[in-house]
Design a binder for this molecule. Sequence first.
Ligand code: NFA
Length: 102
Amino acid sequence: DGESEGDAGLATKTKTRTQRPPMYKVLLLNDDYTPMEFVVHILERFFGMTHAQAFEIMLTVHKKGLAVVGVYSFEVAETKVGQVMDFARRHQHPLQCTMEKE
Ligand code: NFA
C-alpha cells in the first residue's frame, strides 16, 4: 500500500491535491470613442453592477486603460465577452472585451 517502496510494510498516504477548475478574468479595454454612459450601461446590464459600481469601474478603464470586470468559469466568461462584443458592434462602438486565464 501507499505508492512507496521504503515503507517497510507500513501504510503511507500520498496526498493528491484537488484540482479546482481554472477561472477567467473578463477585461474591458479603453478606447477614445465609446461613450462613457454606454460603458456604464454594459456593466449594469451584463455584469450585474449598480449604477455607482458601474460608473466607478468605467472610470477605472478610462483612466488606466483596462480593468477586470469579473472572474468566471470559462463558459460564463466566454458568454459575457460575446454579449459585450455583440452589443457594442450592434451600436457601432469600438469597445473591446477580452478574457484571460487567472
Ligand atoms: N474613453 C472613453 C471616452 O472618453 C470612455 C470609455 C471608458 C471607453 C471605458 C471604453 C471603456 N468617451
